[in-house]
Write a protein that binds this ligand. Structure first.
Ligand SMILES: Nc1ncnc2c1ncn2[C@@H]1O[C@H](COP(=O)(O)OP(=O)(O)O)[C@@H](O)[C@H]1O
Ligand SMILES: [Mg+2]
Length: 251
């Protein structure tokens, strides 16, 4: 019962995960794990199953077969708020902020939703607002925020639950070059702080720059997994993901 978690077992692990939707095999026997302090890239063309995996890891969906575990604890059947308490946080590919609430209120509500007192949630929100340079927007409603700011608020909100692992579903989509630079620094700061980061993005240059390992999905199946050097050199990647004449600098 009181299973000891050894340092070796500290990982977020996806084992044998498959998921089908009405005839579409969105995921087929996907296996990977990543650890605190790692940035783990998940890439693949649209429809590859990336967001479905994030939903399954964060408890918004269940696999047909396979399991998800956090530091040795099987969480496959637990609900999103329970997984947040187990240390998993996520951002959403599209919005998902409470648009009528202010930036600060979004952060406070999220913190309280995973067990913080109001006072603790406010302190955490204030710290994140400071850290992410959001002070001038703190009292603005989330509706109508500039895109780059909305993305930052999404990450700050995920961090309100003090996660060990954070899943970022295309957090840099639509950001300009300057914003991507700042975003990269933020992600690296999370890593330096000991978080395990799963990063989904179509910007392969960004992925190759920041990730320790990269997992490539195509049509729900694993094409390959490796270090940036291994992935960059892969012909299979060039053919299946980028098109035969594709360059790895696809936007
Ligand atoms: N709730 C759902 N109902 C039906 N089909 C879905 C659902 N979610 C995802 N799919 C399908 O599963 C496949 C993978 O989708 P998704 O995980 O969103 O891919 P990605 O994030 O890599 O673009 C797609 O064919 C998509 O249409
Ligand atoms: Mg997606």
């Amino acid at each position: 019962m009181n299973e000891t978690v050894t340092p070796r077992s500290r990982a977020l692990r996806v084992a044998g995960v498959s998921r089908a939707f009405a005839g579409v095999q969105a995921l087929q026997d996907v296996n990977f794990s990543f650890e605190p302090g790692q940035i783990f890239g998940l890439i693949g063309p649209n429809g590859a199953g990336k967001s479905t995996l994030v939903n399954i890891i964060s408890g918004y969906d269940r696999p047909d077969t396979g399991s998800v575990s956090v530091d040795g604890t099987d969480v496959t059947a637990s609900r999103p708020y329970q997984r947040a308490r187990n240390g998993i946080a996520r951002t959403f590919q599209h919005g998902h902020l409470f648009s009528g609430l202010s930036v600060k209120e979004n952060l406070i509500v999220t913190g309280m939703g995973t067990g913080k007192s109001r006072k603790q949630a406010i302190a955490k929100a204030d710290a994140l607002i400071e850290q992410y340079g959001l002070a001038s927007r703190a009292d603005h409603p989330c509706a109508g925020l500039p895109h780059g700011i909305e993305r930052l608020v999404g990450v700050a909100r995920a961090l309100c639950t003090d996660p060990k692992y954070i899943l970022l579903d295309e957090p840099a989509a639509g950001l300009n070059e300057g914003e991507i630079g700042e975003f990269t620094a933020n992600i690296q700061a999370l890593q330096a702080g000991g978080l395990g980061v799963l990063l989904i993005d179509h910007n392969v240059k960004l992925i190759l720059n920041v990730c320790d390992r990269i997992h490539v999905l195509v049509e729900g199946k694993t094409l390959l997994e490796g270090t940036p050097t291994e992935v960059r050199g892969s012909e299979a990647l060039a053919e299946a993901y980028l098109g035969k004449s594709g360059s790895v600098h696809r936007g």
